[in-house]
Ligand binder design. Structure first.
Ligand SMILES: O=C(O)COP(=O)(O)O
Ligand SMILES: [Mg+2]
Length: 229
């Protein structure tokens, strides 16, 4: 007997940093602007890029060699976020192929949305600046709920907003916590291998349903998922 056919995909949910948008240049720019204010030389972009999906704390740890318990952490975090807010969409662009991918999803009548750990006060203006806020079927930020990824609740909330069951969604992300959240939510998962994967990351161990090296490869994956649904 063959395995039951998977439910056809009706909604694609995207992680933001490192999946939909190439935000690392502005995040690294803000961190190096803060280092300059503190009298420190800039860190190389290649060192900061792999941290860009892991939030302000990981960037500050790399930039100042301190953790959240340190006395200076809150001051530096507040200043870092203010600097980042001021340059939010300066160099940030969708990854090459994302614009075409979103047009193709719209043309096929497939819903798409965003589930990020970035706080809402940064997520909302960033998506608006890039003309994506009004096109997304749902946007769930890191502080929309009391819990964030790898908890599955933000993804389940996105499904409810889009009116699509988790079994008919795929979540695309570039970090282990994204794949864990998607699996726990009961949806299919894909690794965005073009995102901010670090040298120590092992995406092949994350138990995703697949991976894509370019956004448009999602259309090939969907063709298979839909044909077999
Ligand atoms: O800002 C973060 O914490 C990471 O954002 P992401 O979940 O969109 O990768
Ligand atoms: Mg990410």
């Amino acid at each position: 007997m063959s395995a039951p056919s998977p439910t056809p995909i009706r909604c694609v949910l995207f992680d933001l940093d490192g999946t939909l948008l190439d935000t690392a240049p502005d995040l690294a720019g803000a961190l190096n602007a803060l280092r300059a204010e503190e009298g420190l030389a800039p860190l190389p972009y290649a060192r900061l890029r792999p941290l860009a999906s892991h939030g302000a704390a990981r960037l500050l740890a790399a930039g100042f060699d301190l953790g959240p318990q340190h006395a200076a952490f809150e001051r530096l975090r507040t200043r870092f976020l203010a600097l980042y807010r001021a340059m939010l969409a300066e160099a940030t662009v969708p990854f090459p192929g994302i614009g075409e991918l979103l047009d193709a999803l719209d043309a096929r009548g497939l819903a798409w949305g965003v589930v990020t750990n970035k706080p809402g006060w940064l997520t909302t203006p960033l998506l608006a600046a890039l003309g994506l806020a009004e096109r997304a079927a749902c946007v769930v930020a890191g502080d929309t709920l009391a819990v964030a990824k790898p908890d599955p609740a933000p993804l389940l909330h996105a499904c409810a907003l889009a009116g699509v069951p988790a079994t008919a969604c795929v979540y695309v992300g570039d970090a282990a916590r994204d794949i864990e959240a998607g699996r726990r939510a009961g949806m299919r998962t894909l690794v965005a291998r073009f995102g901010y994967i670090g040298a120590d990351d092992r995406p092949e161990d994350w138990q995703a349903d697949g991976g894509i090296d370019h956004p448009l490869e999602l259309l090939d994956w969907l063709a298979g998922a839909i044909a077999h649904g």
